[in-house]
Design a protein around this ligand. Structure first.
Ligand SMILES: Cc1cc2nc3c(=O)[nH]c(=O)nc-3n(C[C@H](O)[C@H](O)[C@H](O)COP(=O)(O)OP(=O)(O)OC[C@H]3O[C@@H](n4cnc5c(N)ncnc54)[C@H](O)[C@@H]3O)c2cc1C
Length: 582
């Protein structure tokens, strides 16, 4: 993260939120996909569904832990592995939104099969093409993909993905032409089927400085090996593997060139990685959430308790409506995030896309958990076993296991919230000459905005006024933090960082729901208003609870009992009290 981001602030709705400025103008023109673009996407969605229906049996994948070879062959032959590649490389040049829709359709049909395809399009070597200059490497990757190659991004190592510099090294040979790569990567999606991989390495320069560099590695190269395919809690059949790089020789023209000392600091690679999370983690989250709501709806309509349909009980209705409102909210940030966005203006949406990973994966996990609760014991039983006793053989238990991994992939959720606030503070306060006093007390200014928001119900107009006030409160909170603590002191207060970002996430969600509803046509406006009202009520309650927690945290100063107790437990001081059997 570097100063470049601070130059981008004007273009980011979310960045302005951190500043306490609610830019309704930036969000109010809610985008919808054009009919012609939708028609193109529809055809691909239909076809991928057909390929999956005809060639993939979920039970077989659960049994064998393998994806059918015919499925992998068909998706490469028909270019589903080249959804965004230029036509000259047999790609389909699809928009971000159509790409998202196709991957969501595939995952909804069969999670591991669809997720493999999503990972390839999201994090495969093709994903970084727009960040590469014209020339050899770009042509090489495109050609490999045209020839049917599968791909992934190998970053995580046994030492932990959170380390800024990886332990895998790339050392320049004496010939000055090649690098030798040594190291081990773990949990690499598509690692066991990949033909080419993006591999993160540390390169030590002549002056002794370390740089974080990416290479494109051909898995046929000598010294590369798949150590093992991980057997995960879920996602059975997903080709995720531990990989060894033992003196793998790579020509220097396979190194991704960059001016900065670390690939994470380059202008486009982080936004591309955030977009990749949308294509894989977010599309999976939306697919699963919709599946769960469908299952809940069927179950509640057929099940009776004490002669009364389950769907007539108040708490059940609440669970259903909350799920529907969360799906609507997820879709609102997805649509606002990627419709009409291309690689040219992708960086403008970096904050929003980065934030969407946590928003959607957490919702999907809560929704899957809620669905199990509604189903009772039936929700906890495996599909085959349910079939044997005559229940509907839905794979809810499997989905529950599958979806948990998405809160880890691409970064563990709490750590993403923590880093989000830190990154923002670094970019705008600590690494720039930004004037914190720009934060003003613009409470109530949304009363003017509301006059233009013709389509909103009166309750949603109130929500619009409230969300502006929450944004202003947030700006003042950040102002207080940066004036009260220096960077190290503040960043050590991780719970404060996390809670702050949770508020930002909710504000973003509310804003997109309100904008989408206000922009809706007359036919949809009533239903959209209802979904938005429901979401906002829930969300504003969450925000109040986060403020309360923040107040408590700030009052604790350095005597926070959680930290004191945590340290003592790790030191073993309380073992007899908390660890011994009673
Ligand atoms: C389904 C799935 C698919 C994946 N696909 C890929 C892939 O394609 N490519 C790839 O490279 N990786 C992949 N991963 C790995 C994934 O990105 C990492 O597991 C994730 O980023 C977390 O890193 P880690 O497991 O190494 O945890 P670590 O970095 O070892 O962290 C361990 C714990 O420490 C916490 N932690 C770390 N730093 C801090 C801190 N400063 N303060 C407080 N807590 C901290 C973490 O949140 C975590 O809870 C995948 C993982 C899964 C589950």
């Amino acid at each position: 993260m570097n100063y470049l981001w601070s130059k981008n602030i004007e273009k980011s709705f979310l960045a302005n939120i951190y500043l306490g400025i609610f830019k309704w103008d930036m969000v109010k023109a809610f985008p919808e996909q054009s009919a012609s673009e939708k028609e193109i996407g529809d055809k691909f969605c239909e076809r991928i569904d057909q390929i999956l229906n005809e060639n993939v049996k979920k039970e077989d994948i659960e049994d064998t832990g393998m994806l059918p070879a015919r499925y992998l062959k068909l998706i490469t032959e028909e270019g589903f592995t080249r959804l965004q590649l230029p036509k000259e490389y047999d790609g389909h040049e699809l928009s971000h939104y159509n790409t998202f829709r196709i991957l969501q359709t595939a995952i909804r049909n069969c999670f591991p099969a669809g997720f493999t395809l999503a990972t390839h399009n999201a994090f495969g070597a093709g994903s970084i093409l727009s960040a590469l200059p014209e020339g050899y490497l770009k042509d090489y990757i495109s050609e490999e993909l045209r020839n049917g190659g599968f791909s992934g991004w190998a970053d995580t190592e046994p030492t932990g993905a959170a380390n800024r510099l990886v332990s895998t090294t790339a050392t320049l040979c004496e010939d000055g032409e090649h690098y030798i790569i040594n190291g081990r990567k773990v949990y690499i999606a598509n690692g066991s089927i990949a033909d080419i991989l993006i591999v993160s390495t540390t390169v030590t320069k002549e002056d002794g400085t370390d740089e974080g560099c990416l290479f494109i590695v051909d898995t046929k190269n000598q010294g590369f090996s798949v150590d093992k395919v991980h057997d995960l809690m879920g996602l059975r059949g997903f080709p995720i593997a531990a990989l060894n790089f033992n003196n793998v020789k790579v020509h220097k023209n396979k190194m991704v060139s960059m001016k900065e000392g670390h690939w994470r600091d380059t202008f486009l690679l982080e936004p591309i990685s955030a977009l990749g999370r949308m294509f894989s983690l977010t599309s999976a989250s939306l697919a699963v959430s919709k599946k769960c709501l469908t299952w809940m709806k069927d179950f509640c309509n057929r099940k009776k308790i004490n002669g009364i349909s389950l769907g007539e009980y108040e708490e059940i209705q609440r669970k259903i409506s909350q799920t529907a409102a969360e799906i609507f909210a997820m879709e609102s940030v997805i649509k606002w995030g990627i419709i009409n966005i291309d690689f040219e203006n992708l960086a403008d949406r970096w904050w929003e896309l980065f934030s969407t990973k946590n928003i959607t994966t957490l919702f999907a996990n809560h929704i899957a958990d809620r669905t199990i609760a509604v189903f009772g014991a039936e929700g906890y039983e495996k599909a085959q076993s349910k079939k044997e006793i005559g229940y509907s053989a839905i794979e809810l238990e499997q989905v529950f296991r599958d979806i948990r991994g998405l809160r880890i992939s691409g970064g563990v959720d709490f750590q993403i919230d923590n880093r989000s606030t830190q990154l923002w503070l670094e970019a705008f306060y600590y690494n720039s000459d930004f004037d914190i006093d720009v934060v003003k007390n613009n409470f109530g200014v949304a009363e003017e905005i509301v006059k233009e928001a013709q389509n909103l119900s009166s309750l949603n107009k109130e929500h619009l006024i409230k969300v502006n006030d929450e944004v202003v409160k947030l700006g003042n909170h950040i102002k207080y933090l940066v004036k009260s603590f220096d960077k190290e002191e503040l960043f050590a207060k991780q719970r404060i960082m996390i809670l702050t970002n949770k508020i930002v996430r909710e504000i973003y969600l509310i804003s997109c729901c309100l904008s989408r509803t206000n922009a809706a046509n007359k036919e949809l406006a009533n239903d959209y208003n209802m979904l938005t009202e429901t979401y906002c009520i829930d969300s504003l309650q969450k925000i109040q609870s986060y403020w309360h927690q923040l107040d408590c945290e700030l009052q604790q100063e350095n005597k926070n009992p959680f930290n004191i107790l945590g340290n003592r437990i790790l030191d073993g001081d309380l073992d007899t009290i908390v660890l011994e059997n009673i």
